[in-house]
Design a binder for this molecule. Structure first.
Ligand SMILES: Cc1ncc(COP(=O)(O)O)c(C=O)c1O
Length: 390
């Protein structure tokens, strides 16, 4: 691409208010963060359980550096497969109720890698219209025929599955908790449709692991379901306050991915410090159910306050609570005004969300106090009225 074209494209983004810049955080990641020398309440991290800054995770990382060094120094298939990686795979399988699991370096790579490995031109993938970008990119990488079904619309999914009977493998993939909407996929109905059509189901539990279910095991626990042959993807980087991702499934799927998933094969294994933090986080989740209770109390409090103020929070049922603002300019202004009042909540614009459905994506965590929520509700009321959103 010619440099002039890059410049023109950037200008175009600026003109349409879709230009993105990085904000620098000068503090650790907690309910409060420091930006431009100002302390703000953060309403946009995925640190749902407040573990990103937890002492036990830090201690585990430091101990792993002492025991195993800084780097895995090679990909898993060469010499980077250390005892600690296999330990994390064992505790993850236990958490997800599956035979085994396989660690990937990021959620993006897990989705892209799994779809690229499991599907090719002979196959069809059925993907919810609001699935995460990593799933969309995985679909493209696979070269499979892609059928996009309307958001959470199981009758539509069923009709597409019926139309596409001739493919070798048919894979249905859905976020369990949608990252920009905070709503939940109707998994029991999806599972029935998948069984009726002899398809394979992959569920992205990135925002459900450590959040949904009585003990935070994820979407299957939320619905009272068991393994059911579902391939469960999830991340350690959100509620678990660490980094990386997994595919939890059978030994056969694991062997297949080890042999076929390029995002697993051609990359250096995660460092021991990161793996150790993930193991420590899963241990906390297992032993301390109070943080999960706090997260849900805070979620209900903020969700109910925003709704009672008259904001459109879509069908959010989780700590991800979007506030629909509509146009790009209003959304940017809303976020700017929140910033001025002491809150950081990111404006979400196309292409992350469809045109005309810009929003302020808020997330609450177990690290937020009731007084934080009261303060935020007050600011949202002021700014919402000022900008005539409510
Ligand atoms: C639903 C969903 N899947 C996958 C990912 C990717 O995970 P990671 O950040 O570990 O790459 C994200 C967010 O980043 C997500 O929201």
């Amino acid at each position: 691409m010619r440099l002039k074209t890059l410049k023109e494209e950037l200008e175009l983004l600026k003109e349409s208010h879709l230009f993105r810049t990085l904000k620098r955080v000068d503090s650790d990641q907690s309910s409060r963060i420091t930006i431009n020398g100002r302390e703000l309440i953060s309403l946009c991290s995925n640190n749902y359980l407040g573990l990103a800054n937890h002492q036990a995770l830090k201690d585990a990382s430091i101990a792993a550096i002492r025991d195993y060094g800084n780097s895995a120094a090679a990909s898993r298939l060469i010499s980077g497969n250390m005892k600690i990686h296999e330990r994390l795979e064992d505790v993850t399988a236990e958490l997800k109720g599956t035979e085994t699991s396989l660690v990937f370096n990021t959620g993006y790579m897990a989705n892209a890698g799994a779809l690229q490995a499991l599907a090719d031109e002979q196959d069809a993938i059925f993907s919810d219209a609001l699935n995460h970008a990593s799933i969309i990119d995985g679909c493209r990488l696979s070269r499979a025929k892609v059928f996009v079904y309307h958001h959470r619309d199981v009758p539509h999914l069923r009709s597409l599955l019926s139309m596409a009977a001739g493919y070798r493998r048919r894979i249905v993939i859905t976020d369990s908790v949608f990252s920009m909407e905070g709503d939940i996929a109707p998994l029991p109905d999806i599972i029935t449709a998948v069984k009726d059509h002899d398809a394979i189901l992959i569920v992205d539990d990135a925002h459900a692991t450590g959040v949904l279910g009585k003990t935070g095991h994820g979407s299957l626990e939320h619905f009272g379901l068991t393994d059911n042959g579902i391939i469960q993807m999830g991340t350690y980087s959100k509620a678990l306050g660490s980094f990386g991702a997994y595919i939890a499934s059978t030994k056969q799927v694991k062997e297949y991915l080890i042999n076929k998933a390029r995002a697993f094969i051609y990359t250096t294994a995660l460092p021991p410090s990161v793996i150790a933090a993930s193991i420590a986080a899963i241990k906390i989740l297992k032993e301390d159910h109070e943080i999960l209770n706090i997260l849900w109390r805070t979620t209900r409090l903020f969700g109910e306050r925003l709704k009672s103020l008259g904001f459109n929070t879509l069908d959010s049922e989780t700590p991800i609570i979007p506030i629909l603002t509509g146009g790009v300019e209003d959304t940017l202004l809303f976020s700017k005004r929140l910033f001025e009042e002491g809150i950081y909540a990111a404006p979400i614009r196309p292409p992350t969300v469809p045109e005309g459905s810009c929003r302020i994506r808020t997330t609450v965590t177990a690290a937020h106090s009731e007084s934080d929520i009261e303060f935020c509700s007050g600011v949202f009321e002021t700014v919402g009225k000022e900008l005539r959103i409510i």
